[in-house]
Design a protein around this ligand. Structure first.
Ligand code: ATP
Ligand code: MG
Length: 415
């Protein structure tokens, strides 16, 4: 087997080898190559210690990423390459970190500490594929399987349980039976894993092509990390939720919104609960706000005629995401033809784009009158803002033109 590696990667491997240290690309990039995908980055592992690597790459720009853990980043032709010394992990007494790490001279030992067979392959142009656990066969068969005893591996690091679900969702591979059983049996240990890391894996699970299948197959695991969803998962809304997730584009915000849209008693309640849940996962303000707003507005009246008013209410960014969310919700109900749903969404997108292109008025700043004008009409205090808002609403509903004279006339009429 020959993999086409980027030139700087080949250079790094051959320079290490010429200096007498074996070196391989490893992990995700080998898996992606074997599966025919383009890797998004390349990890290199080597028998060289960080000090030895520094000598080999003398004169190049290096970043001391994690010398203690054996990692050095080298920049070759502008490409950052993370190079890590082969290592084996000591015992895991806390269910998330090894108590110690030890360098080793054999790549096979390094591969044996990795989570899944498909992630435990190494490759170099000179030595070919190193695959002691049948990763290539599992790639071809399409299965997620632990390296070694699954119960032990999940006991060492419970995050691997969610990683299994994430790779299963992303690649569309089922989880092999013994691994799946150990995942469910070991899920209690997920309480030792930080909320941030759980959040990353959940986002990965949700954005995968097989998210709905994974969520349906492992509800206990999801419930363990998100106990607030227990009522949703026990009820009949769960099925509709999964169909919405499945129908939504593979986008972080849209998948979370689809997942959480029915978590409360109604749209507003679900929006609040979604916000709290994402906050508990230490998600960014942007994710919390976007998802909770999308959920809260899920039932809004969306028609070409209401687009300008909706722009005023939630702004262009959220509105442009609300359209595909609504499309997914309608698809999930399985009552309408996909063509009709797609046509409606297209009309909404078209109207939205046209409004933005023609600089249609949807904010107070764009309104042809301002607070001074209202003061000259004799208004003061809160009445100024209220009147401007009322005018803006009429403009976005197409009942008033955004023209100074017409707006002043209308404002006088309210005095
Ligand atoms: P991605 O495309 O999502 O980056 P990846 O396989 O590169 O996939 P990373 O999280 O970047 O995943 O990890 C790189 C490699 O390190 C994995 O392929 C795996 O071999 C190993 N690895 C990562 N996390 C763990 C873990 N918790 N336990 C064991 N091995 C792990
Ligand atoms: Mg990676």
């Amino acid at each position: 087997m020959r993999l086409a590696l980027p030139k700087p990667v080949e250079t790094a491997l051959s320079r290490l080898e010429k200096a007498g240290y074996s070196a391989y690309v490893v992990g995700g990039c080998v898996r992606d190559h074997v599966l025919g995908f383009t890797p998004h980055d390349y990890d290199i592992c080597s028998a060289a210690t960080p000090e030895e690597m520094q000598k080999v790459f003398q004169g190049e720009r290096t970043i001391e990423t994690g010398l203690k853990h054996g990692t050095l980043t080298v920049l070759l032709s502008g490409m950052p390459l993370e190079i890590t010394t082969y290592r084996v992990d000591g015992a895991y007494s806390d269910g998330r970190h090894p108590d110690s790490v030890q360098f080793t001279a054999r790549v096979e030992d390094d591969l044996s500490r990795r989570d899944f067979t498909i992630n435990a392959m190494a490759y170099s142009p000179s030595a070919g594929l190193v695959d002691p656990f049948g990763g290539q066969a599992d790639c071809e068969r399409g299965v997620i399987r632990c390296v070694g005893d699954p119960a032990a591996r999940f006991g060492e690091d419970a995050l691997r349980i969610l990683r299994a679900l994430r790779f299963s969702s992303r690649l569309g591979f089922p989880i092999e039976e013994a691994t799946a059983q150990a995942a469910v049996a070991g899920m209690k240990n997920l309480c030792h894993v930080s909320r941030e890391r759980i959040a990353v894996e959940l986002s990965g699970i949700l954005q995968g092509k097989d998210a709905a299948r994974v969520l349906r197959k492992f509800p206990e695991v999801i419930e363990t990390v998100l106990p607030e969803l227990q009522p949703l998962m026990a009820g009949e809304k769960w099925d509709l939720t999964l169909r919405t997730v499945c129908a939504a584009p593979k986008d972080l915000y849209l998948r979370w919104a689809a997942f959480l849209r029915l978590c409360g008693a109604d749209a507003a309640d679900s929006g609040r609960l979604a916000h709290d849940l994402l906050k508990g996962l230490k998600m960014s303000a942007k994710i919390m706000d976007t998802v909770s707003e999308l959920v809260a507005w899920q039932d809004a009246d969306l028609r070409p005629e209401t687009m300008q008013e909706m722009l005023m209410r939630i702004g262009p960014e959220w509105l442009s995401q609300l359209i595909p969310l609504r499309q997914a919700m309608r698809t999930a109900t399985q009552k309408e033809s996909p063509d009709a749903i797609a046509r409606d969404a297209e009309a909404l997108n078209h109207t939205l784009k046209a409004l933005l292109d023609e600089n249609a008025c949807y904010t107070l700043a764009q309104l042809a009158v301002n607070g001074n004008d209202m003061a000259l009409l004799g208004l003061s205090g809160a009445a100024i803002g209220e009147t401007l808002h009322a005018l803006l609403l009429q403009v976005t509903r197409g009942r008033l033109p955004n023209e100074r004279e017409a707006l002043l006339e209308a404002a006088k009429g309210t005095l």
